[in-house]
Design a protein around this ligand. Structure first.
Ligand SMILES: [Zn+2]
Length: 209
């Protein structure tokens, strides 16, 4: 049975219980007063691997979780925007960087925490500047050889960057898909706590790089 995530009904303010509604295989949050079912579904994280002159843009997180560790610009998709527009928005918010999205790069599912990542390849666009947004302590361009893999915030980002560097080195880009299997309760960046399963990749050719 899942743990209770909302104590009160968003429709009537009544107390919530976790029960298995008739005919439903899952446990649900159900209001004790009006019977409203509050569904908790996976959330979509969108972001960009931003490249500029052979270097990759990373942000040092100013917020928990993983404050002080590095990540690519990414965050939760908002209602009313496309995944690519959300990735561009997150990049501007976290790194004050304008980008041009080139293609989708990866889709990772992380079932144990109910998240799906949709990440894009992007290049820095005019005026080619960047600086720390409120959620970043520092924003910097990293040469592929100097990416601080021991200080990357999340398993998904570490996996993304490793594949990105391989594609970059070979010159053959791919669209990647896979499932990140995490040990429940593990720290977000513990390298021993996750593995990539069911990975497949499709070669991608862009008409414009
Ligand atoms: Zn209710």
């Amino acid at each position: 049975m899942p743990r209770l995530q909302s104590k009160f009904c968003r429709m009537c303010g009544g107390s919530m219980a976790i029960i298995q509604p008739e005919g439903d295989k899952e446990w649900r949050h159900v209001c004790n007063s009006c019977g409203y079912i509050d569904y908790f579904n996976p959330r979509m994280v969108v972001g960009c691997v931003v490249e500029h002159e052979g270097k990759i843009l990373l942000c040092k997180r100013a917020i928990e979780p993983c404050r002080g560790l590095w990540t690519i610009p990414a965050g939760f998709m908002e209602i009313g925007e496309s995944s690519a527009a959300g990735a561009e928005r997150e990049t501007y918010e976290e790194a004050h960087a304008r980008v041009q999205v080139l293609s989708q790069y990866a889709h990772w599912d992380i079932p144990v925490i109910g998240q799906a990542y949709i990440l894009f390849r992007a290049k820095l666009a005019s005026p080619f500047t960047f600086s720390s947004g409120p959620e970043s302590l520092e924003v910097a361009l990293f040469d592929p050889a100097s990416i601080p893999f021991d200080q990357i915030a999340f398993s998904s980002i570490s996996i993304t960057l490793r594949h990105y560097l391989q594609d970059m080195a070979s010159g053959q880009w791919h669209l990647h898909h896979g499932v990140i299997d995490k040990v429940p309760g593990a720290a977000p960046n513990d390298p021993a706590s996750f593995q990539l399963k069911d990975h497949f990749s499709m070669p991608v050719t862009l008409s414009q790089q």
